[in-house]
Design a protein around this ligand. Structure first.
Ligand SMILES: O=P(O)(O)O[C@@H]1[C@@H](OP(=O)(O)O)[C@H](OP(=O)(O)O)[C@H](O)[C@H](OP(=O)(O)O)[C@H]1OP(=O)(O)O
Ligand SMILES: Nc1ncnc2c1ncn2[C@@H]1O[C@H](COP(=O)(O)OP(=O)(O)O)[C@@H](O)[C@H]1O
Length: 325
């Protein structure tokens, strides 16, 4: 049967991973302007997980314009992620509301200079910066799914991912917290190191989800922001439920290893809600597979589990602790 939808992986394996001309041909990005130099670009201050830009490694950068530049990853992953964004952005069966609410807008690719590879501009995905406009972003990256590897992966990659899925809460809970930063009143930032997050058990995950909506310094937990951030109209829960309704139906894509990124402005929480809104977005599509008419039960299961954990935080939070009550 000929699919009437774009072939998500039509580009897979067609080009060598470092063949930058391919990207020029497919959708010519604006060439790097003479004014785009390394000094215009910096690693995002609020990045909580994933590969980070350094003198020796590629990682995302921002330039303060409201855009987020993610370097195409090695192997076929980078082009795979581009192919996903192209297919997803134009897909007639993706509801515009879902696309606009839960995904970063994709603006094509762009060659940019990098510190890690001087003199060799590297192609980057150009995305909306999901935290743009937030003065004091409190952010959480939650990797969804009990398994994080697409079934077509080579055995060595399956083994590597499976070890991480087993060693973290992924298999047990259907998700793991990959990164978190919480800004306390006064500006102090609480952001556990990666090994600490990887070692979390179920009780630890509950504590981090409570800490994410606490208005305290250090390790304290008061859940004072739970009602404003997690609950209510436009809060995390209602957005996750809307996302879940789509995942109960959509059979186009399977989102292995994708994360839900939560963000709110810690300086803008009040009894009436959160100024600038609470952001609930999906990121990281390097391992998306075609759905082939099958529900993404791996993502859906993890999403249901996350919803239950967050509902518990809201329902366990005494009324008197809810901000403004
Ligand atoms: O490259 P590594 O070994 O640091 O692993 C990356 C992970 O870092 P970790 O070491 O688990 O903190 C990294 O994990 P976080 O997002 O940082 O939790 C990702 O899983 C990344 O996979 P992807 O290709 O971006 O989806 C992982 O990359 P791959 O395993 O896919 O190469
Ligand atoms: N569009 C975006 N806007 C703002 N921050 C983002 C965006 N995409 C990703 N991030 C930040 O970068 C981190 C890593 O992104 P991700 O796409 O998962 O990269 P990787 O493939 O290296 O894991 C996320 O945890 C988040 O902090």
């Amino acid at each position: 049967m000929i699919s009437r939808f774009p072939d998500l992986f039509k580009f897979r394996g067609v080009v060598s991973p470092r063949n930058h001309r391919f990207f020029h041909h497919r959708h010519p990005p604006p060439p790097p302007t003479p004014t785009t130099t390394m000094s215009d670009l910096r690693p995002p201050e609020h990045q909580v997980a994933g590969h980070r830009a350094s003198a020796s490694k590629l990682g995302p950068v921002v330039d303060g314009s409201g855009l987020f530049y993610k370097p195409l990853q090695a192997g076929d992953r980078g082009e795979h992620e581009v192919a996903f964004y192209e297919a997803f952005s134009a897909h007639p069966a993706v509801p515009p509301r879902i696309r606009d609410t839960f995904f970063p807008r994709f603006h094509g690719t762009r060659l940019l200079p990098t510190e890690a590879r001087p003199g060799e501009p590297h192609p980057h995905l150009v995305l909306d910066d999901l935290l743009a406009g937030l003065e004091a972003p409190s952010v959480a990256d939650i990797k969804i799914g009990a398994i994080t590897w697409p079934p077509s992966s080579p055995e060595s990659y399956v083994a590597k991912c499976l070890a991480k899925d087993r060693g973290t809460t992924s298999i047990l809970l259907g998700f793991r917290v990959s990164g978190v930063r919480v800004v306390a009143p006064g500006g102090a930032v609480w952001s556990p190191e990666r090994p600490e997050l990887k070692a979390l058990d179920t009780a630890g995950v509950r504590r981090v989800l409570r800490r994410y909506v606490s208005s305290v310094s250090g390790e304290g937990v008061d859940c004072a922001l739970a009602a404003a951030v997690y609950g209510g109209e436009g809060g995390v829960l209602s957005q996750l439920l809307e996302l879940k309704a789509w995942f109960e139906e959509q059979t186009l894509f399977h989102f292995y290893s994708a994360s839900i990124l939560l963000g709110y402005d810690a300086n803008a929480v009040s009894s009436t809600g959160v100024g600038g809104g609470v952001r609930v977005k999906l990121v990281d599509f390097a391992h998306v597979a075609e759905g082939d008419g099958v529900i993404d039960h791996n993502f859906l299961g993890g999403l249901c589990s996350l919803i239950k954990f967050i509902s518990d935080v809201v329902s366990e939070t005494p009324e008197k602790l809810a901000l403004g009550s």
